[in-house]
Design a protein around this ligand. Sequence first.
Ligand SMILES: Nc1ncnc2c1ncn2[C@@H]1O[C@H](COP(=O)(O)OP(=O)(O)OP(=O)(O)O)[C@@H](O)[C@H]1O
Length: 441
Amino acid sequence: MGLFERDTDIYRDRDALREDYQPAELVGRDEELSTYTSALQPVINGEQPNNVFLYGKTGVGKTAATRYLLDHLREDAEEYDDIALDIIFLNCDGLSSSYQVATHLVNELRAEHNQISTTGYPLATVYEMLWEDLDSHGGTVLIVLDEIDNIGDDSILYQLPRARANGKLEDTQVGLIGISNDFSFRDDLSPKVKSSLCENEIHFPAYDATDLKAILKQRADVAFHDGVLEDGVIPLCAAYGAKDAGDARQSIDLLMKAGDVARDDEATTITEDHVDRGRTALERGRIEEGIRGLTEHGHLVLYALVTNDLEGETPIRSRDVRPRYTRFAELAERDPLVPRRMRDHLSELAMLGIISVTERNEGRRGGTYREYELDMPVEQVLSALSETVKLVGVHESVVELAEDAMPDLTTSVASTEGGDETDGEERPEADRSDASLASFE
Ligand SMILES: Nc1ncnc2c1ncn2[C@@H]1O[C@H](COP(=O)(O)OP(=O)(O)OP(=O)(O)O)[C@@H](O)[C@H]1O
């Protein structure tokens, strides 16, 4: 028997739950698809295409609807001899300027051997190349810019829709489809860009539990063997999804995680318990990712708050977190931030859902103040902070937890100078070998 053995009791086709799977039909988006279809109709009529702007929160089907309709459009256009349709799909993640978008578009239009460098030309030259390449292409070209809000300036969003009117294009008809999940991007567009890019706006609202159930059912039928899902599983995944953000991607991920947990258990059915465990695992991943993305000072503030929490000091005011934070910064050989900047980090942690904030009144004449406490299991937070703990040292309050939460913790030499004025902790033993210990006196 090999080390790996095929286990197919649960999944018939697990890939149907992956991000890149394109469902044959989109569920529950009839109204949006009908508006979108009308906006694309001029392409089939051989007319100048409309520009379309899709917006809505993440995971609500904007990209899926675009791929679905454009696949159909491409297929249907082949029925007409007088229509030559080409579609360029560009995800703007990582493309932070019109210049970068324009060079990528030029390269999409050019053959492999004729690509241009993505740096070094004046913007006007890149535009000239773009108009020339587009115009020599002929027919209709639809340009989809997904995650369009990454583009830091709106030059290309102004130029593309107007290229024909400005005499830059004669033989090619260009349509622009912009997709964004950033509502402020749309609101902040300059009026001249808004009037052309947003001539057909389609809003994709968040899904409710009923929509999500239908979407999950469609995927589950392909992904799992018959009879594997217990009755409550899809409603539970849908209920969590609707409560969180109405995001189909999140619900599908949860269903897949539940399937994986069941598979690891060598179970033959997926139960609600598998969903709950899957949710905990995903949540852990999300927190860890959020914490890892913070700056070093964000980590130090959070580590300070973790130790306050373990000592039963939370909810706690920012000024009372400060001495511990300052000491940790010193141990990490960093200059502590001023109180206001430290508070900004607390606010950021609250925004990420890692800690919670409560506004309190200071009595009859006083103003309001804020108190902070951890809003996530301390073990998870600590395990995501392992690099910071290594840098600062293991605070006494976390010694016990550290062994479980950070098994990879290596011994580090702790500084013994300086002090944390507010608390008189005992100095930890310096020669413990199971973890690095810092002096926080
Ligand atoms: N109506 C639907 N029917 C079937 N599957 C859907 C539907 N809506 C979304 N999905 C699926 O949910 C996942 C996320 O959808 P999609 O990528 O289209 O979201 P989005 O709105 O473009 O999000 P983002 O703004 O994050 O890019 C994809 O796997 C997609 O296939």
